[in-house]
Design a protein around this ligand. Structure first.
Ligand code: NCD
Length: 309
């Protein structure tokens, strides 16, 4: 399998076989991700990390991954300190990153921005989130987490909860889970339902997700509960946000009604949707999930550079 020079824009660009290959490759990266083994596989390579939107995990884990592989990274976390402020187009900014580096990671508030960036770059472009669109590297680390915890992906009953309308992580994940044949339930306030196109994509893969606004019943038989933040910054109207904020809260009381082996995932940041008391239970997988961003992104950086390591 050859990923050299490949852009990673949407999880839909990958077959199940390719995803399986990436997950196996990521497994081999774990000792390097933990700093137990050392490699210089990407020595001399430079990553541009272009973040036009706030980020903690995605940016830091990409940069850490590049460092762990012996490469280096340049970039910005705040576009107001770049020539964007002077009116430079995205295409020109990308042309510069292409000239200065070997791989480009981009997060941008506009859907389609990563796909556009890839058109202007010879270097592979990795989409770190484009508006409410896609977040394929998060999706791969989410799949990696389910795969390593549950030993398989498809045979799980999985609940996606929260802001399914604006949450890009769930758009990518719903498709990928359907590809693996997982049983899916989408729980959200009525105004934040999963977009029709995503539901239709699941249907085309033979999966009919249950859609509801009631969590208690949905979570009873779940193996995985994937919680998301209400995406305040994407609401066109503050009134609408105020109506749904605080709709769901995961706490120990709710967890006393679920399977003991239920795992709770969250792409983070969490705000109020998971009570901190849950952090101390065996259900809480979200911090481990965030760590998994390193082996998975190391695998991707290595693969798009030609499978070095
Ligand atoms: C998510 C994102 O940016 O889409 N965070 C992440 O990448 N881990 C989720 C969110 O912001 O709610």
């Amino acid at each position: 399998m050859n990923f050299k020079g490949k852009d990673i824009i949407s999880i839909k660009d990958f077959s199940k076989k390719e995803i399986d290959y990436i997950l196996e490759y990521a497994k081999k990266m774990v000792p390097y991700a933990k700093g137990e083994k050392y490699t210089d596989a990407l020595k001399g390579k430079i990553l541009s990390s272009l973040f036009f939107e706030p980020s903690t995990r995605t940016r830091l884990s990409f940069e850490s991954s590049m460092n762990r592989l012996g490469g280096r990274s340049i970039g910005f976390a705040d576009p107001s300190a770049t020539s964007q402020k002077k009116g430079e187009s995205l295409a020109d900014t990308i042309r510069m990153a292409d000239a200065y580096s070997d791989i480009i990671v981009i997060r941008h508030p506009q859907e389609g921005a990563a796909r556009l960036a890839a058109e202007f770059s010879e270097a592979p472009v990795l989409n770190a989130g484009d508006g409410a669109g896609h977040h394929p590297t998060q999706c791969l680390l989410d799949l990696f987490t389910i795969f390593t915890e549950k030993k398989h992906i498809g045979k799980n009953n999985i609940v996606l909860l929260g802001d399914l309308k604006y949450g890009r992580t769930v758009h990518s994940l719903a498709y990928a889970l359907a590809l693996y044949g997982a049983e899916l339930t989408f729980v959200s306030p009525a105004s934040l339902k999963m977009p029709k196109e995503v539901v239709e994509e699941c249907n085309e893969l033979g999966i009919e997700p249950i859609q509801t606004s009631i969590l208690d019943k949905a979570v009873k038989d779940a193996d995985v509960l994937y919680v998301t933040r209400i995406q305040k910054e994407r609401f066109p109207d503050a009134e609408e946000y105020n109506k749904v904020v605080g709709s769901y809260k995961i706490d120990n009381k709710l967890l006393s009604t679920t399977k003991q082996k239920l795992i709770i995932m969250h792409p983070l940041p969490r705000v109020t949707e998971i009570d901190p008391e849950v952090d101390y239970t065996n259900h809480a997988l979200y911090f481990k999930q965030a760590f998994n961003g390193i082996p998975v992104r190391m695998a991707l950086l290595s693969l798009v550079s030609g499978g070095l390591l």
